[in-house]
Design a protein around this ligand. Structure first.
Ligand SMILES: [Zn+2]
Length: 231
């Protein structure tokens, strides 16, 4: 395959990791990935570090990069933090969202529904996580954005391990309920819609069992590289 740039390699590896098809603690070997993608080990290291910052993998000093294997107690802590932070974000936005902000939100909710309709699960998962980051961005407070990004990243990672095979992470209808409450400027309703949404996301997380027949890392790279170049 032709050499890829860091963004392309990052996109492919994110998709593989977020597909939940690699078992926890799978090593992501720098050397082998460098050969597969036809780039230097430094390039691969940069991509792996970025994935580590996004909490999609664990990067362990002197040992390398691994897919994560989170424990169930982490779910409670992460969701409690999200309810506190995102309830506050919803309250804040209900009091003064601009027309531009509302348009961005509406557009986003529509794109989520479209991805779900067309069966594009990877895009839909990305968009549903991005909805929460977008709400944080609309506060125009960089500290809130940073916290939201980290918590959403951790949830996405947890979802790949604890999501039921058929279940969804974020319900489009639930996002729409948050959007409508914000559009109406109804603070109490917006906070309740967000709390109810996050509670439902948490409830939907169940232990996810990887199929024994799942392809290995090389097989998944072949599959996802093919998908990317066909798109
Ligand atoms: Zn959501």
């Amino acid at each position: 395959m032709p050499p890829m740039d860091e963004a392309e390699i990052h996109a492919i590896l994110s998709r593989i990791i977020l597909s939940g098809r690699l078992p926890g603690r799978t090593k992501l070997p720098e050397m082998r990935l460098a050969e597969r993608f036809g780039v230097s080990r430094e390039r691969i290291r940069k991509v792996l570090h970025r994935l580590g910052h996004e909490r999609l993998i664990d990067v362990v000093k002197n040992r390398g990069a691994f897919t994560v294997a989170p424990d169930l107690s982490e779910i409670r802590t992460v969701f409690e933090a999200r309810r506190i932070l995102e309830g506050g974000i919803a309250a804040h936005l209900a009091d003064g969202l601009t027309d531009t902000g509302l348009l961005r939100l509406r557009d986003h909710v529509e794109r989520e529904a479209e991805a779900l309709r067309s069966g594009d699960r990877a895009t839909w998962l990305e968009l549903s996580a991005a909805f929460h980051v977008l709400l944080a961005e609309l506060t125009e407070n960089p500290i809130i954005v940073q916290q939201a990004r980290e918590l959403v990243g951790r949830t996405t990672m947890l979802a790949t391990f604890f999501e039921s095979a058929t279940g969804s992470q974020c319900g489009c209808d639930e996002h729409r309920a948050v959007f409508r409450a914000l559009a109406a400027g109804e603070r109490g309703r917006a906070v309740r819609a967000m709390a109810s949404h996050l509670a439902q996301v948490e409830t939907r997380l169940k232990p996810f069992v990887c199929s024994d027949a799942a392809p290995d890392l090389d097989g998944l790279i072949d599959e996802y590289v093919g998908e990317t170049s066909a798109a």
